[in-house]
Ligand binder design. Structure first.
Ligand code: TGC
Length: 396
């Protein structure tokens, strides 16, 4: 932002109308403040540069660990054991700066660590979770395949028993952080159905290649992965689950984080638009004094408030143990859709300047388009809800 005083004034104006902080339980407020401080001091100063240069700042990973953000909703094994609501508030603050870093926390904590926490053996949990919580070990989650991410049931990656171990072959795509990861949670078809494996990424036959040319999520890494006869021991198998329920249970965790996170991106765009409405004049007056600008800001505020209230509601349900998959789909579909609309409206308030990197709005818009697609597209979540409402599965 060109004028930090105007920006903090915008923050005050927004929180004067709607303050999330006051609605959060005390523990979640503490986590939120910690995440806000971290995001603003460690990520915000470098994010435009990193987005421009397509650079993932690996050296921050252990700082995320030290702050307690990695696997923070898991209990024991060096994890913070925080509430789902607190985790959501952290996702919101991280994504207020950039979706790429919230995605890192999701991939590490909600996907890779939660796969081990939910379905791993005791030795697997003890071996990996404390190191991952500290950020000394990075995990990735290899589910999606190049032929399309929406239908994991069509998975072609296989794992066959071989002596006292397994041999895994196949290809995966859009796998966050795979080039930097130490371990990959690989989902593969076996004679018994789909199983998950903890695969060290330095195994012979494991290769990850970063996907280039991305115009979104440029400060994070997504990869193609190829597994060519990768041999792992039987101790690599996650013993606790067979079938798609395994990866889908982890996707629930990540989708839940998105419900909150995207409202952070929305807030950032709304704050920028409010600030601009004060300091940009046309036709001899600040644009915020015109009715059309005020109507845009009011509509943005409505959807931001509703999105945060929905996230809070889902967080309370998750903390009570009553949250369903369909409710998560409501949150993911609605909040990503509305965050994109808010970012678009903010861009229009900013006029031509809105497409420059002087403001974070276009970066958020681009990132949110990626978030719209991963962890279940809009279409998939609409159809999950359609099935819930009618009893008919209309996926194909
Ligand atoms: P369906 O018959 O519905 O279910 C099969 C089994 O799974 C269970 N199940 C769930 N369990 C937990 N949570 C959920 N949300 C679940 N949904 C289904 C279900 O109960 C059943 O269990 P069981 O024990 O009876 O066998 O399966 P389907 O194949 O008909 O599913 C259809 C559909 C479209 C809902 C599903 O395929 C789907 O959700 N597709 C979207 C997948 C998706 O989100 N992919 C994106 C992943 S993002 C990614 O891979 C990148 S990771 C991020 C990064 O690395 O950066």
């Amino acid at each position: 932002m060109s004028n930090p005083d105007v920006s903090s004034l915008a923050e005050d104006r927004l929180s004067g109308v709607f303050s999330l902080d006051a609605l959060l339980p005390a523990d979640a407020q503490e986590w939120q403040q910690r995440a806000r401080e971290f995001a603003r001091t460690r990520i915000a100063p470098v994010i435009e540069e990193d987005f421009e240069n397509q650079y993932f700042r690996r050296e921050l990973v252990e700082e995320f660990g030290a702050a307690g953000f990695l696997g923070m909703h898991i209990s024991g094994y060096g994890c913070a054991g925080a509430s789902a609501t607190a985790y959501g508030a952290v996702c919101l603050e991280l994504e207020a700066v950039d979706s790429g870093w919230r995605t890192f926390v999701s991939v590490q904590g909600s996907l890779a660590m939660s796969a081990i926490a939910k379905f791993g053996s005791e030795p697997q949990k003890e071996r990996w979770l404390p190191e991952m919580a500290a950020g000394r070990v990075i995990g990735c989650f290899a589910l999606t395949e190049p032929t399309g991410g929406s239908d994991p049931a069509a998975m072609t990656t296989t794992a066959r028993r071989d002596g006292d171990g397994w041999v895994i072959s196949g290809t995966k795509r859009w796998i966050g952080l795979a080039t930097l990861a130490d371990i990959a949670i690989v989902w593969a078809n076996t004679d018994e159905g789909i199983r998950g494996f903890i695969v060290p990424t330095d195994s012979d036959g494991f290769e990850a290649t970063a996907i280039t040319g991305k115009l979104a999520m440029r400060a994070s890494i997504q990869c193609d992965v190829s597994l060519d006869e990768v041999r792992v021991g039987d101790d690599a198998l996650l013993p606790g689950v067979t079938g798609l329920r395994g990866p889908f249970s982890c996707l629930n965790e990540a989708r839940y984080g998105i419900v909150w996170g995207v409202m952070g991106a929305a807030r950032s765009c709304l704050e920028v638009a409010i600030a601009r409405s004060q300091d940009r004049s046309v036709f001899g007056a600040p644009i915020g004094s015109f009715q059309l600008t005020q109507a845009k800001l009011a509509d943005m505020l409505l959807e931001y408030e509703k999105g945060v209230l929905l996230a809070l509601h889902l967080g309370a349900q998750k903390d009570a143990g009553t949250l369903t998959h369909a409710q998560i789909s409501v949150g993911k579909l609605n909040n990503v859709r509305e965050a994109i609309a808010i970012a678009g409206a903010a861009r229009s308030v900013l006029g031509g300047d809105g497409i420059t990197s002087e403001f974070p709005v276009m970066r958020h818009m681009a990132n949110l388009e990626a978030v719209r697609t991963y962890e279940g597209t809009d279409e998939i979540h609409a159809l999950i809800l359609g099935r819930e409402l009618t009893g008919f599965a209309a996926f194909s």
